[in-house]
Write a protein that binds this ligand. Structure first.
Ligand code: 5GP
Length: 192
């Protein structure tokens, strides 16, 4: 798929550096801690694989008791860089969320179709509440309106990788969020 040996060479622009992300995640953790006073169980539902890195940092910035569960979903039908709105659950929750506060931890909201599906799916499992935290938001591309409770950063309509986000399963381990060079995915979106 044309990825370079050195992943940094495939990035056209660093959008958010490590320090910027760390400061924002710390602030989000403090806000989330304040929003859930008391000792009721809070379940962080990490949406794999993109939110892996974010949830790892965010959970350590939340100063209260939490439980972690993971779901893996795939949007399919479109190309590699487009969400289709048809969501398939590859891995469901391991524990019950009946009567519990749930916080969905997402990497990025683009059209909103994936999370739209996921919130109604989780709401059907009788939780006490369902809220959403996303590291990144591309509001320009929203199709499904969603009540997003916490957003790390609003970003322009560019395809980004790093800090958990991939392209063809590469780049997740970059410590920053960067824009992927367009020529690497142009063929997939029909530009080349
Ligand atoms: P939505 O259903 O909101 O359109 O899409 C959400 C999913 O699409 C994300 O969880 C992510 O997997 C993928 N996605 C959307 N935009 C980007 C992007 O800029 N970079 C990467 N790596 N994935 C994206």
């Amino acid at each position: 798929m044309g990825a370079s040996k050195n992943p940094h060479d495939d990035i056209s622009e660093v959008l958010l550096n490590e320090e910027t992300i760390a400061a924002r995640v710390k602030a989000l953790g403090a806000e989330i801690t304040a929003a859930y006073p008391g000792n009721d169980e809070l379940v962080l539902v990490s949406v794999l694989k993109g939110s892996l890195v974010f949830v790892g940092d965010l959970m350590r910035a939340i100063d209260r008791n939490v439980r972690i569960d993971v779901m893996e979903v795939s949007s399919y039908g479109g190309g590699n860089t487009e969400s289709s709105g048809t969501v398939r659950i590859l891995k469901d929750l391991s524990g019950s969320i009946d009567g519990l506060d749930v916080l969905i931890v997402e990497d990025i909201i683009d059209t909103g179709l994936t999370l739209n599906y996921l919130t109604s799916y989780l709401a059907g499992k009788n939780p006490k509440s369902v809220r959403i935290v996303t590291l990144l938001d591309k509001p320009a591309r929203r199709i499904a309106e969603l009540p997003v409770d916490w957003t790390g950063f609003e970003i322009p309509d560019k395809f980004v990788v790093g800090y958990g986000l991939d392209f063809g399963e590469h780049y997740r381990n970059l410590r920053y969020v960067g824009v992927l060079k367009r020529e690497l995915y142009a063929s997939i979106i029909g530009e080349a």
